[in-house]
Design a protein around this ligand. Sequence first.
Ligand SMILES: [Zn+2]
Length: 108
Amino acid sequence: MFDNSVIKKTGQWWKFLLAYFGILVGGVGMIYGFPRLDQEYALVWAIGGWVLTFASFVFGCVSIRCPACKEKWIWRMFCEKEHQWGIPWLLGRDDCPICKQKFHGELV
Ligand SMILES: [Zn+2]
């Protein structure tokens, strides 16, 4: 799936998955923790989930970048595209949206 995406072709798919699941797990931690703040350990879930979500988001924004022009693709996606179109916009293309460099294999 998404074999033609520029993120996979540049060998950065693991970064995308790590950020994605970090945000997912962190989100579950916050959903679990914040409504139960009167209970023991709920604060750890809530704050831990928030930190994990934030760290994963920053990791994805900073680390997934074009090997040619060094543009931060995820960050650019959030800055320029409507949220619901951002991920398909980036996963559906095999070239850098900025410098138009095409990638054919693992480069990073
Ligand atoms: Zn580029």
